[in-house]
Design a protein around this ligand. Structure first.
Ligand code: SAM
Length: 316
């Protein structure tokens, strides 16, 4: 269905859990140990996805928190795969639990993987993530490629002074393998907006004039894509603040507590919990329709927006 600004909403992001193995400051600042609030069950998530197909959702991304912490992850994926209207199921993961899982993920019907990776230096990676293992992520990437997940998308949030000296090393990953690296601009999705951390796409392009623009892989994609001549993979620039793409936004989010957030950069939310408890899918679908109609025209990242929830809760 279309929202009030004529955007067709086809893409649902499900944050399966707030829990995460990592503690990246820009993602879950101010939070202590991972919260263990009550999460929707796998069956509730499947009811939600089925209801969303009634309004035209075709693509589902599983995220979090860390979606691979859900014990019922494979059941959730195969349940979504059984829903005819869903054409694509993708996951965003920190890669810490990927090795040993890729064949099963492929078998139950996962289409693609995005892996978050903010540094290629083991000690720095551990520092940014609060103890993560780079080795585990790299083995996960190798296994995913071998299992036929191609291309793999690597998401790196660039943080000025922390990892922006690694841009060339990330671009080198695109040389021989079907790996697309996407540089994501820091968004104010924790307690304060650290604008000083933000590295814009324009800065990257100025410093890397050899990057050649290429056609988007699909319509409405958030990244502007480039390629180094002769490289297999792409370099994507995702700049929600300095180069906003709200006019093409086709997505909404449902969090693990059953709250629906039509826009990442707005604190407006709608509860699906009562509709779920009513047992009446028509009520669920009407609640979803009402929320999509109210999707804000644009985010408020550059007008003093402070999020009510961290990214680890909303689902990146
Ligand atoms: N745990 C999974 C992972 O690490 O990929 C999925 C959830 S995580 C919230 C999804 C993505 O959001 C990650 O790529 C992360 O780097 C990104 N992210 C989190 N906070 C962000 C922020 N403040 N600005 C930009 N991206 C952010």
């Amino acid at each position: 269905m279309n929202d009030q600004f004529g955007r067709t909403i086809t893409y649902l992001r499900l944050s399966l859990t707030e829990r995460c193995t990592l503690k990246c400051a820009y993602c879950r600042a101010g939070e202590g140990e991972c919260p263990k609030k009550s999460e929707l069950s796998g069956e509730e998530f499947l009811r939600i996805v089925r209801a969303f197909t009634a309004v035209g959702i075709k693509k589902v991304r599983l995220t979090g928190g860390e979606p691979m912490l859900r014990r019922d992850l494979l059941d959730i994926i195969s349940g979504i795969r059984a829903i005819d209207a869903i054409e694509e199921i993708v996951i965003t993961t920190n890669g810490q639990h990927l090795a040993g899982m890729c064949a099963q993920l492929k078998q139950v019907g996962l289409n693609r993987l995005n892996i978050s990776l903010d540094s290629l230096k083991p000690e720095r990676y551990a520092e940014i993530t609060g103890g993560g293992s780079l080795e585990k992520v790299l083995s996960g990437i190798d296994e995913a490629l071998a299992a036929g997940f191609q291309p793999i998308k690597i998401n790196a949030v660039l943080l000025r002074g922390q990892n922006d000296d690694e841009i060339d090393d990330f671009i080198a990953l695109t040389k021989d393998q079907p790996i697309n690296v996407r540089f994501i601009e820091y968004m104010p999705l924790s307690a304060t907006d650290r604008t000083d951390l933000r590295v814009t796409g324009e800065e990257i392009l100025r410093a890397h004039p050899a990057l050649q623009p290429v056609e988007p892989a699909y319509a409405g994609q958030p990244s502007r894509d480039y390629q180094m001549p002769g490289h297999k993979g792409r370099v994507g620039l995702i700049n929600p603040v300095s180069h906003r793409f709200c006019a093409d936004c086709n997505r909404v989010r449902v969090m693990s507590d059953g709250m629906l957030r039509p826009c990442l950069g707005s604190n407006e939310e709608y509860s699906l919990k009562e509709a779920l408890e009513s047992g009446d899918d028509a009520v669920l679908i009407e609640t979803i329709r009402a929320a999509i109609r109210q999707k804000p025209e644009t985010h408020c990242f550059d007008s003093g927006f402070l999020t009510g929830k961290n990214m680890s809760h909303i689902g990146g």
